[in-house]
Design a protein around this ligand. Structure first.
Ligand code: PRX
Length: 638
């Protein structure tokens, strides 16, 4: 590998430089990206930077280049920074000690486990499913796969056995790596039991490796199961990296579609590496010796790109947290920030809103003076949550990066660069260099005025984009490239201000037509949320004899004893005022929670079924963050 780092990746350091980089990335994308790619280690450089044809659709970056991503994430830091901490691991239980792993230690753990995988017969191209808690071994297992060219498919360890089996079978995984159990707040989740149930339905799995984590009793299937620690005894920690093609798959990660089975998004090695490293460094403005913490689970794309690959590719120090924000109390995040002197903190609006419900003294009792940059991801952040994050957590002193992107995009697409480009509350703001967003009409016509609202679309390839849906390129074409030919279609609506800043308004598939009027759910929910007693709301439709569709609003309030009738009248009045009388909800139900996916998205499909009294077809709710809420909402429906 050419390990020379003389062109080490540098971040943009002024708004002017951003504008220059952006313009260059549009006028000459190939030289723009090849200069960035030059700062990485390659066994062979590319013949061509980009080849694409979105009518097929096909996108290839760095054609014929050869590399191994783990050499870029680990080996190349060993020369000068071997003893630098790569990962600080913070356990679920605050009374247990945290652990630190240097780049040297992580390298050695990855190489040793890569040899274990080889000993178990795993080869380049094999798919390996990983179903693990947020322990260091999860990162080690992913990188060990990448070391030998196996394709990892991480399944979030909160998913049910059904969800796990579907994903294992879809990718025909040969091996499964798991743990006996997982700690999560006060719970001890029996992962191995869930795996045993799933594997009854998965004939593709030859072997499993089990990490001893909670030391609970487990069922043992001899001939199939083996212990991580026993398999590692006497195994060398030297493992030559497999030389991979730039466009070989690195991983599969499942994301739910609006219909049908989950989509296994396939990310390839070189483009993903270049894009996650570049976006990480620029968005967060990470500098040597900063301590970065992303609270996402590695089972989601945020964890893949901004806990594992992006930060390690640039030699960062990150925190990996095993626990949850509410255990032992709602101050756990801030306690961890103080303890590890976190400088960069990246979380989701759903967590911010949950924590905001509690007294700000829970934040203020900690010394958060180390914080420099705050980040948010996953859904639009409402003004109130943004303000609280800015004032109470950031002490009015930290830039907030509102990062818009998706599992499919691999990395952050639209966001301010912390402290470098202007931020605007609730706006993701400007695209990163290399990203060409635009707004289009429902007919697919590009909207040329700067200040406008429309459907978000991307005009040009970027290195981090998913290349296909595993085993179903046709579906990839249909979902992302056929609705509006010539564009990548992310499925979101957005508005753009005079300066070209984008604000993501929500999914365009959540539009409801009432009496012939197109109503977006997001503006109505925003109006409802303006009521001083409303914490959060979700709006769905149900069939109505005269209007076609009527509106059903579920609202969470601060004070559960509020007189409901008065509240209903006031909410209708606010919506009528802010959006229009046509948008007034026909029914309002006060609830204590909303059914959400593990990544914090409201499951409108379920709420729609309840509103429509179509409870029999709700289906599997075991993958929800809070399945119990569904029964509660049904019971209290009037
Ligand atoms: O609707 C957008 C929303 O989350 C979707 C992508 O979800 P997922 O693939 O699970 O990835 C989440 C983590 C990257 C998008 O289509 N979304 C994500 N970030 C934002 C957002 N909506 C508004 N603002 C954001 N910052």
């Amino acid at each position: 590998m050419q390990t020379s780092l003389t062109h080490k990746l540098k971040s943009i350091s002024s708004f002017d430089e951003y504008k220059k980089s952006y313009n260059r990335s549009v006028s000459d994308p190939e030289s723009f990206w090849s200069e960035i790619a030059d700062t990485f280690g390659w066994h062979r450089k590319w013949d061509k930077v980009l080849e694409h044809d979105w009518t097929i659709p096909k996108t290839k970056w760095f054609t014929n280049a050869k590399l191994n991503i783990t050499e870029n994430c680990l080996d190349r830091h060993l020369e000068h920074n071997a003893d630098q901490t790569a990962i600080i691991w913070e356990p679920n239980d605050p009374d247990k000690p945290s652990k630190q792993y240097s780049y040297r230690e992580l390298h050695s753990m990855v190489c040793q486990f890569a040899n274990v995988l080889k000993n178990k017969g795993i080869k380049k191209g094999d798919r390996v499913c990983i179903y693990m808690p947020m322990v260091i071994e999860l990162t080690v297992a992913m990188l060990a796969c990448a070391r030998i060219g196996a394709v990892h498919s991480v399944v979030f360890a909160g998913f049910s056995s059904d969800a796990l089996a579907t994903r294992i079978n879809d990718a025909s995984c040969k091996m499964l790596i798991t743990a006996d159990g997982a700690y999560r707040g006060t719970k001890n989740i029996p992962l191995k039991n869930i795996v045993d149930e799933a594997l009854h339905r998965c004939s593709c799995i030859d072997s499993t490796i089990i990490l001893k984590n909670t030391a609970q009793d487990i069922n043992w299937v001899s001939g199939r199961d083996s212990w991580w620690h026993l398999e590692s005894i006497g195994v060398s920690d030297y493992c030559e990296a497999e030389i991979m093609d730039a466009e070989d798959p690195l991983f599969i990660l499942y994301t739910s579609g609006s219909t049908g089975k989950p989509k296994g998004m396939v990310h390839t090695i070189a483009g993903y590496m270049v894009y996650t490293a570049y976006s990480f460094l620029n968005v967060f403005q990470y500098k040597q010796s900063n301590i970065y913490w992303c609270t996402a689970d590695i089972g989601w794309i945020t964890g893949h790109s901004y806990i594992v690959y992006g930060p390690l590719a640039v030699g960062a120090t990150s925190v990996i947290f095993e626990g949850i924000p509410s255990y032992p109390d709602y101050d756990r995040f801030w306690q961890v920030c103080e303890k590890h002197k976190v400088s960069h903190f990246y979380t989701a609006p759903t967590a911010i809103r949950a924590l905001k419900k509690h007294p700000s003294s829970l934040v203020e009792k900690y010394d958060l003076s180390s914080l420099q940059v705050l980040g948010t991801v996953g859904e639009p952040i409402n003004v109130e949550a943004w303000q609280w994050y800015n004032d109470i957590v950031g002490n009015n002193n930290c830039p907030i990066v509102d990062t818009w992107w998706q599992t499919e995009t691999g990395g952050i697409m639209i966001s301010s660069l912390a402290g470098i480009t202007p931020q605007k509350s609730t706006f993701a703001t400007l695209p990163l260099p290399g990203i060409q967003p635009t707004l289009i009409t429902p007919e697919g016509i590009e909207i040329l005025e700067t200040e406008a609202e429309g459907i978000l679309a991307i005009k040009f390839p970027w290195p981090g984009m998913a290349r296909t849906i595993y085993g179903d390129h046709d579906r990839y074409n249909k979902v992302y490239f056929s609705a509006y030919p010539g564009y990548y279609f992310p499925g979101d609506g957005a508005l753009r201000d005079q300066q070209g800043n984008y604000r993501i308004t929500g999914r365009v598939d959540d539009v409801i037509i009432v009496s012939g009027h197109n109503l977006g759910t997001a503006p109505i929910e925003n109006a409802i949320n303006q009521h001083p007693l409303v914490v959060e709301s979700a709006l769905v439709s149900y069939p109505h004899e005269i209007k076609g569709n009527a509106l059903y609003a579920y609202v969470i309030t601060y004070n559960k004893d509020e007189k409901e009738e008065e509240l209903h009248t006031e909410i209708k009045e606010i919506v009528s005022r802010l959006v229009g009388p046509i948008a007034k909800p026909d029914k309002i139900q006060v609830v204590t929670g909303l059914p959400k996916t593990r990544s914090g998205k409201i499951m409108r499909r379920i709420l729609r079924k309840i509103a429509t009294d179509d409870i029999g077809t709700i289906g599997d709710i075991s993958t929800l963050l809070n399945p119990d809420i569904v029964d509660e909402i049904i019971k209290n429906k009037k």
